[in-house]
Design a protein around this ligand. Structure first.
Ligand code: ATP
Length: 372
């Protein structure tokens, strides 16, 4: 074991035939922690969860719970429960029977089963539904039955594989909070697979972002959101606007060189590892501020560029502008609508500007190959 966590994954690699899916995964999870595994489709989230559950054997590496090596233990001996996206309830069984299922398999006495099932139904707000079959339940109720079936066996670790993605948007928001509150109340360790950034942000103590089978970054939600460690994480966390710029390190600042459509600017280094040369600048649409007039003195902190509004939409709460700057297009949100054809200046503050060194220098006058 390498870390001091409760659940430890060391050097986990996994393959399907010749295809390597997980590469050198090292993860140390504390008891009672809620960890979200976040990543785009096919990056290996489910494979990692199945490896934890014991359904996939890793090709190398180990899994420990405390001092116990569980790498080769069968799923039913791991003290874990898995909840799927599809709920996987038995259609011919009632709610009571579905929840009781794992207890029956364990040979728990009937009277104890009845008491535990009833307690679980109270906990999950399923009272009065015990006699119904799954098809007579709403999606949210089915999801709670699936959770009840998982939790009733008192697992040490709860594994959740996109359990909310079949719920409609409104119920999903409620169940997110219910699930998180329940996990905290029971003090259970939870690992939750999702490709939904907001879901991971609001539910998890820690987010682990996977990219092509590797951990791209892990940290508290606000850390990965505000301090993305790579262009991939920045883009995945919503900073999809991309400009390529040049700059140089002066003392504790990275100074951005002026170009044909952007003014000089800069950011405090503040722990960023940046070298003089070409950089990729990423930022979120909501971080871009459309300045009142082109004559506004350009702030030194951050970056200001000129452009032309191409299109305006109203997604709710703000106006979203497509702005052409140089040969490229970015998205910028504003509380008021600018008109297509309007010439604007756009400012992005230093805090919201994520800079990463590029291998090759970019010309300051040729702004980025950005939005696909
Ligand atoms: N049984 C299998 N045999 C071969 N390849 C597989 C198998 N299961 C998954 N894969 C491949 O392994 C890769 C990772 O799959 P995995 O299901 O872990 O991804 P994921 O991140 O959970 O994706 P999604 O969000 O779409 O569910 C994918 O390229 C997938 O096609």
């Amino acid at each position: 074991m390498s870390g001091s966590g409760y659940l430890e994954l060391n050097g986990i690699a996994s393959r399907y035939g010749a295809t390597q899916v997980l590469k050198d995964i090292n993860l140390s999870i504390r008891a009672g922690e809620f960890v979200a595994l976040l990543g785009s489709s096919g990056c290996g989230k489910t494979t990692l969860l199945r490896t934890l559950a014991g359904f996939n054997a890793p090709s190398s590496g180990s899994v420990h719970i405390g001092a116990r090596d569980i790498t080769h233990l069968p799923p039913d001996k791991r003290g874990m429960a898995l909840v799927f996206q599809s709920y996987a309830l038995w259609p011919h069984m009632t709610v009571d029977e579905n929840i009781a299922y794992g207890l029956k398999l364990k040979g728990v006495p009937r009277a104890d089963i009845a008491a535990k099932v009833s307690a679980m139904q109270s906990l999950l707000g399923l009272q009065g539904l015990g006699g119904r079959k799954p098809q007579a339940l709403s999606g949210g109720q089915r999801q709670r039955v699936a959770l009840g079936r998982a939790l009733v066996i008192d697992p040490e670790i709860l594994l959740l594989d996109e359990p909310l993605s079949n719920l409609d948007a409104r119920i999903r928001l409620t169940v997110r909070h219910e699930l998180r509150a329940l996990q905290q109340r029971l003090g259970i360790t939870a690992i939750h697979v999702t490709h939904d950034r907001e879901e991971a942000m609001v539910m998890a103590d820690r987010i682990v972002i996977l990219d092509a089978g590797r951990i791209a970054q892990q940290g508290r939600p606000e850390e990965v959101y505000n301090r993305p460690a790579s262009p991939f994480v920045a883009a995945f966390m919503g900073a999809e606007n991309l400009l390529k710029l040049d700059g140089f390190v002066v003392g504790d600042r990275f100074v951005l060189s002026p170009g044909a459509v952007h003014a000089a600017g800069g950011v405090p280094l503040d722990g960023r590892s940046l070298a003089s040369g070409a950089v990729e600048a990423r930022f979120r649409p909501e971080a871009a501020r459309i300045l009142a007039t082109l004559d506004t003195a350009t702030p030194e902190d951050g970056m200001t560029f000129r452009g032309e509004v191409l299109a305006v939409t109203y997604p709710g709460g703000h106006w979203r502008h497509v702005v052409r700057t140089g040969a490229h297009e970015i998205l910028a949100d504003a509380p008021r609508a600018c008109q297509p054809g309007e010439r604007v200046a756009v400012h992005v503050g230093a805090d919201a500007l994520f800079l990463f060194n590029l291998a090759e220098p970019a010309s300051a006058s040729s702004l980025p190959a950005s939005r696909a």
